[in-house]
Design a protein around this ligand. Sequence first.
Ligand code: FAD
Ligand code: DLZ
Ligand code: SF4
Length: 509
Amino acid sequence: MASVRNLVVVPGDQLSPILSSLAVADRARDCVLMAELHDEATYVRHHQKKIAFVFSAMRHFAEELRADGWTVDYVALDAPGNRGSFTAQVADAVARHAPERIIVTEAGEWRVAEMIAGWRAQFSLPVDILPDTRFICPRDDFNRWAAGRKQLRMEYFYRDMRRRTGLLMDGDQPVGGQWNFDAENRKPAAATLFMPRPRKFAPDAITRDVLALVAARFGHHFGDLTPFWFAVTRADAEAAFAGFVAQALPHFGDFQDAMLAGEPFLCHAVIAQYLNCGLLDPLRVCRQVETAYRAGHVPLNAAEGFIRQIIGWREYVRGIYWLKMPDYEHNNFFVHHRPLPDFYWTGETDMACVRAAVTQTREQAYAHHIQRLMVTGNFALLAGVDPHALHEWYLSVYADAYEWVELPNTVGMSQFADGGLLASKPYAASGAYINRMSNYCAGCRYDVKQRTGPRACPFNALYWDFIARHRARIAGNPRMAQMVRTYDKFEAAEQARIAESAANFLAQL
Ligand code: FAD
Ligand code: DLZ
Ligand code: SF4
């Protein structure tokens, strides 16, 4: 091949035509490198659907770029000589194309950023690492916002993002006179609710090839590969999002925290996998939601709730990740070391709520936020599971999982392993919460009303045992102190029954 001026490296989570690396490149003289990598599919054993989704979306994006006049050097997983890592593939591409310079948009994950940091010395070439402008808050801006603050609360960061983007603002005031309408949200859903469904897409020839490849190479990984219905092109991801806005968004706020047996998606958008690999643009989807609100199609609590998840939580956890890595992943405030129970992989447990979350995770590579936070996350916290083992599980099993977003959600929000940097209190709850927000308990072998004994919901004794075990660590937290006082009022015999029930349950895990 003729030598090219610049080699533009595009990883599998940067499938956006507006990418900063492409913006500075010249399609007439530069070459884009994309590679399906064994190392990236296996650094944790990703769900089969996730690997198929990423590979197929990459292949479709390469087609999109070629149609747009770019030269793309695309290395498929089974291409002869594919050495399986970013650095090895870049080395081979440098040998093939003899570029003058490498250009890359900053990596989404610390691990990959470390590899890229070594390229300048390794290849004796200039390497331009450009900011990822798909995020609304540049990393430096987040660091400046965080500097000197004792507590990094999302709500204040979110208000700044509203002002910065102008989303749902009337001048310098929030639309509706309030920043946050969560008080109107959090309703349990009834089984009779009209249930929107995420738009599903039949695999085309490219996806069918990928499915065969993934079955052959990664068939031993967790998760069902088929039926495969994710969008793998920008156009289809946008159609899926338009379907959400029309059908589910009006109820998004109301039922955001609800769970229903047999309904994995409820009124959620099911778009994180598209946002995180670049098929959808975060700011653009928020603007579409604002337009739907201003046109009177969706209520304010739904529009505000949705926009907060994206310009608030999504941007905020990314800021925390880059502020605190690499140490953040090893936080373990409660000193929890229990291995992850097997039923996180098999779904074989009598706890109906956990079984439902794990089963749909295996089938769909998806569970919504409350299932992740208040079922699998909550159980792990109460049972004292090692937060790092849990982190690797969440990173493996969801189609939308990338470390920059998964890690702060797991270590910070779900496990409180950072001691409260991210969350104001541990998201620990007894079975009563799950019973209030779902209909799982009605079909469970355990009794959610019983606190102790062999038929009692395990979340109950584990919850009070968690309070007792960690009282020294949590009593100073104003939002937990009340629970410590309640525990203290239990009779000694009840406290002993709680300890015994929890110990019996944990012993048979
Ligand atoms: P919706 O509920 O419809 O929300 C819309 C969008 O808002 C999402 O697509 C997502 O982009 C954003 N969003 C919502 N909540 C969060 C949040 N807490 N942090 C960041 N963005 C948010 N999200 C990921 O994208 N990848 C992950 O690997 C991931 N791991 C998680 C692990 C745990 C333990 C927990 C508690 C949450 C995790 N989340 C993760 C956040 C959230 O659960 C998912 O973004 C959401 O369930 C994706 O489904 P959805 O697209 O239907 O979201
Ligand atoms: C998640 C993922 C997977 C499964 N496979 C690839 C791949 O083959 N090639 C690639 O370029 N990227 C892949 N990715 C995304 C990366 O693992 C990683 O999450 C991002 O590059 C963020 O730094
Ligand atoms: Fe889950 Fe307990 Fe309800 Fe069973 S009774 S579904 S274990 S909360």
